[in-house]
Design a protein around this ligand. Structure first.
Ligand code: DHB
Ligand code: FE
Length: 288
């Protein structure tokens, strides 16, 4: 089994999968939101997915051994708690594309499995909670939140969460303070905010569980480029869920979660002191 040493504890797929599954159950009541979906739509969606599976089996003459391996693997994904990981890496990006294709402002990117609501409030300017001696290059990010017509959105919320310099998220990997590298900012009267944090490292999805097994069986890689996660919200506007990336990352063109868009790549400048400054604004669509 491959595991990753982190401080004095070990991050495992089963532990982060269990945390991600628990978090999902705590935050969402997914069935309530679709309780009025007509049976015809449910049947159409299920039938088309099954037709795709059936066509693949016929085309490639899938054997009983392969069918049983699939069955065992699907059972293991659930046992490892890795459904949030699997779905957010290989499916969510298409749902996100469809959900935001009408937008004139920022379109966004996947949420992924590691969002936690109600991160500590830091006002319009401040540092994200981090450990003394947090590893990583300092990043000072200035931005403004506006509506599509250019009106600044005073009081807009900018929630930020990201991995540390080892690629680990607080509350999902062991030995990290609860709100490390997670914060909520509130834009000032001009919709502006200024955030001090560190540049996150590229992120490897856990490789010691079922998803890792699938990745190695298929000869793929488990990497996501370094990224900042965000949710930006303001009254009367659609909430934006986005990720921001850094130029030159080897995995910007080759993200296991297919979640990079060119407009989400930052343009950081060296600050001459070993850190970086960057400007990036958000434009929110008025709610329909
Ligand atoms: C996963 C992790 C992420 O940080 C992310 O942005 C997307 C997916 C994952 O492990 O599934
Ligand atoms: Fe992430």
């Amino acid at each position: 089994m491959t595991t990753t040493e982190h401080t004095d504890q070990v991050a495992t797929a089963a532990a982060s999968g269990a945390s991600a599954t628990e978090r999902f159950h705590a935050d969402k009541s997914p069935f309530e939101a679709v309780k009025n979906t007509p049976p015809e739509r449910v049947a159409t969606l299920i039938n088309e997915v099954l037709e795709g599976v059936h066509a693949t089996i016929r085309k490639h003459k899938v054997t009983y051994d392969e069918y049983n391996a699939l069955k065992a693997w699907l059972i293991n994904v659930g046992e490892d708690g890795e459904w949030p990981l699997f779905l957010d890496v290989w499916v969510e990006h298409v749902v996100e594309d469809v959900a935001t294709e009408h937008r004139e402002g920022n379109k966004g990117s996947i949420e992924g499995p590691y969002y936690v609501p109600n991160a500590p409030e830091q006002g319009s300017k401040g540092a994200v909670p981090m450990r003394e001696n947090e590893k990583g290059d300092p990043l000072l990010w200035s931005g403004q939140v506006r509506s599509c017509d250019g009106t600044p959105l005073a009081g807009a919320k900018v929630e930020l969460w990201h991995a540390d310099d080892d690629g680990f998220y607080s509350q999902f990997a062991p030995g990290i303070p609860e709100w490390n590298l997670r914060a909520t900012f509130t834009a000032d009267d001009e919709g502006r905010f200024e955030i001090t944090t560190i540049r996150p490292a590229p992120y490897m999805i856990p490789t010691d569980g079922s998803c890792g097994k699938m990745i190695s069986a298929a000869g793929w890689h488990p990497w996501r480029p370094a990224h900042l996660h965000l949710k930006v919200s303001a009254p009367g506007h659609e909430q934006l869920t986005a990720q921001l990336y850094f130029p030159g990352d080897a995995h910007n063109d080759d993200d296991v979660a297919s979640a990079v868009k060119p407009e989400l790549i930052l343009d950081p400048k060296e600050d001459g002191k070993g850190g970086f400054t960057v400007d990036y604004d958000f434009v929110l669509d008025p709610a329909k």
